[in-house]
Design a protein around this ligand. Structure first.
Ligand code: SF4
Length: 145
């Protein structure tokens, strides 16, 4: 992320629309809701990240960097497994956009897997067909809106 969520909100407050919409921060947000549940001001930060992505797409002002592709890879995991798979997400992204960086993050990945902080293999949710039906319907509604 080129700005922390706090810095991004400072840019929003300062009215720096271009910097906000060109920031890669919303694209690297993986919707973990960590910031949202801890925010003392009860700001729905994760939802704001989604909104910023939608505005950036609509106004075609986001930087064509690796960040939007990260978001697509994340969505692809969620659509196929019902949840993110961090190891697969990072491996795919790094191999595509920064192959030499794989070695840098591999050590951290191994450490997280061995400490049980990250899964070694993806695990599909029980009712993946139900989720797929919901996502298909949501996409239909989005197209017709
Ligand atoms: S939802 Fe998670 S990834 Fe997104 S900004 Fe908050 S803490 Fe970061």
């Amino acid at each position: 992320m080129d700005h922390t969520p706090r810095a991004l909100f400072a840019l929003i407050m300062a009215g720096n629309k271009e910097a906000v919409l060109k920031s890669n921060t919303p694209w690297y947000c993986v919707s973990c809701y960590y910031c949202t549940v801890r925010c003392p001001q009860e700001i729905h930060i994760t939802d704001v990240m989604y909104t910023l992505k939608r505005i950036a797409l609509k106004e075609k002002v986001y930087d064509e960097t690796a960040a939007p592709d990260f978001s697509k890879t994340f969505i692809n995991w969620v659509e196929n497994y019902g949840r993110s798979f961090e190891l697969g997400l990072m491996s795919q992204h790094m191999l595509k956009h920064n192959p030499f960086g794989v070695f840098k993050v591999a050590e951290m990945g191994v450490g997280m897997v061995t400490k049980g902080r990250m899964a070694f293999a993806p695990k599909r949710i029980k009712n993946i067909d139900g989720l797929k039906a919901i996502l298909t319907k949501a996409k239909e509604l989005e197209v017709s809106a």
